[in-house]
Ligand binder design. Structure first.
Ligand code: KG4
Ligand code: ZN
Length: 339
């Protein structure tokens, strides 16, 4: 008798072609990521057409490698979970169509997964979830505080009104002439500099859990331009440190406030910016002194885009009865509360 639930996860929403095999929602049997960063770097950001083309070239190879590494065949796969949105439509379509074709050909149930739900469920590969929980989601396209009262149920209590945190990191990095993606470079420089430049923090209204990073981004750009016009030089390390201090200050303060207000048992850090060393350290320091709230921070390879997280989320959704039809389509603006 085979009791295990074996899920093949597929993720192609942006610039990583990824496939993974997950056992019982929590155990990674394989996790393959083909990154396209090198191809997009020379353009300073992700070029959608290029991303789609790379996904088409890579998808079959990546899925085969995930199965081989996990030492399973299609006969062992109980569910195919795929990112249906949000993301770049042409990129999402490659994963969705690959998943649908395999599900149809092999008669395997199909489950569409929201990309951010995937980022949140990356944490379940580390530690079992305890509800209610709060996830601070910080990625290239999203900055959200998501409250979960049970598996598969997501309530957005705060979100960015303009730029996402990762987007601000990448734009500021570009102004400092750092390569794409800029987040890790700013993170590295920030640790070599001092946060001695006065930059704004957008707290918004007193009771709001929303975020705003475009003012901060503009302040960095203006400060650099003004200095340049006056012939002054600003140390990029200090600018990186000051920018990072502002981002972290707002993220951590709002996450702590929400965690206390909603009396959560856990706080889960999710998304590409969760790889940020400064943010991880600040959250760890803050939550170390708060009793009864456990902070979970995934390892770096589970913070940035991967398919293990899609397999983890897909496992739960399948167990909760979710099945997607062959009419499943890529949805670039999929809503996490209703998907
Ligand atoms: O989640 P992700 O891989 O893709 C999206 O779903 O958007 O996030 C990518 C973002 C990029 O903006 C990248 O600069 C940022 O995560 N990032 C970082 C770090 N590592 C990746 N930002 C700050 N510090 C880092 N160490
Ligand atoms: Zn992502």
């Amino acid at each position: 008798m085979k009791n295990d639930l074996i899920v093949l996860g597929i993720e192609t929403s942006c610039d990583e072609t990824a496939a993974a095999v997950i056992r019982n929602g929590t155990e990674i049997l394989s996790n393959i990521v083909a990154s396209q960063i090198e191809s997009h770097k020379r353009f300073g950001g992700v070029v959608p057409e290029l991303a789609s083309r790379h996904h088409v070239e890579q998808i079959t190879l990546v899925i085969e490698e995930a199965l081989n590494k996990a030492e399973v065949t299609y006969q062992d796969i109980d569910v195919i979970a795929v990112t249906e949105g949000p993301g770049l439509v042409g990129a999402l379509l490659v994963g969705v169509n690959a998943a649908k074709a395999l599900a149809f050909a092999r008669n395997i149930p199909l489950v569409g997964v929201h990309h951010i739900a995937g980022h949140i469920y990356a944490n379940r590969l580390i530690k079992e979830m305890a509800f209610p929980l709060l996830s601070l989601v910080v990625s290239g396209g999203h900055t959200e505080l998501v409250l979960m009262k049970e598996h598969g149920n997501f309530e957005v209590i705060g979100e960015t009104r303009d730029d996402a945190a990762g987007e601000a990191y990448d734009k500021v990095a570009r102004t400092l002439n750092l390569p794409y993606p800029g987040g890790p470079h700013i993170d590295r420089l920030a640790h070599e500099g001092v946060p001695n430049i006065d930059l704004p923090r957008a707290w918004l209204e007193d009771d709001s859990y929303d975020f705003s990073f475009s003012g901060l981004k503009s302040a960095v750009i203006n400060t650099l331009h003004n200095a340049e016009q006056k012939g002054l030089s600003i140390d990029p390390k200090n600018m990186a440190a000051s920018f990072q201090a502002s981002v972290i200050d707002v993220l951590v303060t709002k996450a702590v406030k929400a965690a206390k207000e909603f009396k959560v048992k856990q706080v889960l850090l999710s998304g590409g910016v969760a790889a940020n060393k400064g943010l991880r350290a600040a959250l760890e320091k803050e939550f170390a002194s708060i009793n009864n709230i456990e902070l979970i921070v995934p390892p770096l390879n589970l913070c940035t885009d991967n398919a293990a997280m899609i397999g983890a989320a897909g496992s739960i959704l399948f167990e909760k009865g979710k099945r997607s039809k062959y009419s499943l389509n890529a949805n670039p603006s999929l809503d996490i509360e209703t998907f």
